[in-house]
Design a protein around this ligand. Structure first.
Ligand code: SF4
Length: 478
């Protein structure tokens, strides 16, 4: 697909990750909420995965299937389009966010809707569909419980699977009380909170003419679309309204039903630590007398074709949005998702958002690949074996290349290279480093003068050894 003005994927005006992380780290409540939630889900996932003796084989299959799809994406997309059309659906192609939003808004208006119900869709969040619908006079109502909490709280999502993971139940009660009429006496008991949301949403489901959904998978051989979810609200969205509009990234395909079977094992255990999803909805075009009468599928590129062109970076398109990498990431656990300033937070966000956005000159996007300790925990849990650390390193190189030639970092690196290129200069630098012990307290250096302060602002340094290795070698071995 050609390149047009692309949605930046990251939220407009977001500060670079280090700045946003500092704010998040200062929020004790947020850190408590995250520690509790990620710790819980991490342990559960490990247990669910350990039940399967062929887990590693499943991961290898998932990787191979997705790689085949990416290598032959044009063929599978055309097959998928043909199959959807043959079963009475209409396929629309969108090069970028603006085109996708325009298509959905037009379809909603044509169906006579001034309100649409939505089931959780990362793709629609990526393209900013809610804002576009609202600007066009159509009100979107999120029906996934966590999405609803985010929407009613005028908030932003912070997790792929549990977008309101940063909220505890007392905060949720306050959001509901402020936004839902008749909830003045609501307590923060989970049962009561769920009942309030259910009553609110039922009215919306029964009156909506149009639903907008995402898609977890599209099966190329039959044109079937698959949504997996835990609450059943998705099922209501997908079956009750007369018109269904599905917005799907072009990489979400699997070739056959047999391939789908692999992912329906990998996804639930990796995401919610369940053996299978409580609700797996599958539909193929339209079926007279059953479900929506009109089905539209909007296939969105928005930077995916360009991402596919990168031999290292394209593996990010294997992602099935299970969020396992978020739950094991030590950086995510401390900062939460909003610090990433993107609908895709955590390790996968750090490699996906900059690639979909495609602009490493953007300070915020360029800061994301550095939001990692490169510990590798994300790769170990990823059900489709995305080597996130390698992609992070690759993108870090791109971010450095995009920097101006005379940035402080470039000057610092040039100076280091000059020092290391001459043995006498290097020895002099070693002597200077040993003298740096004067700045240390208790074996650590906690503050350096500028430009070293850029480092010690957020971390300390071990004090240099009393003697360099070469000096020790000379002294002891002659
Ligand atoms: S990168 Fe892997 S672990 Fe992370 S969300 Fe995607 S599929 Fe899950």
């Amino acid at each position: 697909m050609g390149d047009t003005a692309r949605n930046p994927v990251t939220w407009l005006g977001s500060p670079a990750f280090p700045t946003a992380a500092k704010t998040a780290l200062a929020d004790d409540q947020l850190r408590r909420n995250l520690k509790h939630a990620t710790g819980l889900i991490r342990t559960k996932r490990a247990g669910a995965v350990a039940e399967l003796p062929d887990w590693e084989q499943l991961r290898l299959s998932g990787e191979a299937i997705k790689d085949d799809v990416l290598a032959n994406l044009d063929t599978y997309l055309l097959r998928f389009e043909e199959s959807v059309a043959a079963r009475g659906g209409t396929v629309h192609w969108a090069r970028d966010a603006a085109e996708a939003n325009e298509i959905v808004l037009r379809l909603a208006r044509e169906a006579g809707a001034d309100e649409v119900v939505k089931i959780k869709s990362m793709a629609t969040m990526e393209i900013g569909l809610n804002e576009a619908l609202q600007a066009g006079g159509v009100t979107p109502i999120e029906t996934d419980l966590a999405e609803l909490i985010v929407q009613l709280g005028n908030d932003r999502p912070s997790h792929i699977l549990v977008p309101a993971i940063h909220r505890n139940r007392t905060e949720i009660r306050d959001i509901f009380k402020a936004a839902m009429p008749g909830t003045e006496d609501l307590t923060d008991e989970p049962v009561e909170l769920a009942a309030a949301a259910r009553a609110f949403l039922r009215r919306k489901f029964l009156s909506a003419k149009v639903a907008v959904s995402g898609a977890n998978f599209g099966v190329a051989e039959t044109g079937s679309v698959v949504v997996v979810e835990s609450e059943g609200n998705g099922r209501m969205c997908l079956t009750l309204p007369e018109t269904l509009i599905t917005v799907m990234g072009i990489e979400k395909l699997v070739p056959t039903w047999q391939d789908l079977e692999v992912f329906l094992q990998l996804l639930p255990r990796s995401s919610t630590a369940e053996r299978m999803n409580p609700y797996t909805s599958v539909w193929t075009g339209v079926t007279p007398g059953d479900g929506p009468r009109d089905f539209h599928l909007v296939l969105v590129d928005n930077g995916r074709t360009d991402t596919l062109a990168s031999t290292v970076g394209r593996q990010a398109l294997r992602c099935i949005r299970c969020s396992a990498c978020l739950n094991v990431c030590p950086v995510y656990e401390r900062t939460g998702g909003q610090a990433y300033g993107s609908v895709y937070p955590g390790p996968i966000g750090a490699i996906l958002a900059p690639q979909l956005g495609g602009d490493m000159h953007d300070k915020h996007a360029a800061s994301l690949p550095f939001a990692s300790s490169l510990c590798g925990a994300c790769f170990e849990v990823c059900p489709v074996r995305i080597d996130i650390p390698s992609v992070l390193v690759h993108l870090r190189a791109k971010a450095v290349e995009a920097k101006p030639k005379y940035s402080p970092e470039a000057i610092g690196m040039a100076a280091m290279s000059w020092v290391m290129a001459g043995p006498r200069r290097f020895r002099a630098a070693q002597r200077l480093a040993v003298a740096g012990r004067l700045l240390s307290r208790g074996g650590r250096i906690r503050g350096l003068p500028f430009p070293g302060s850029k480092w010690t602002d957020s971390r300390d340094l071990p004090a240099p050894a009393k003697e360099s290795f070469s000096a020790w070698w000379k002294r002891t071995r002659g």
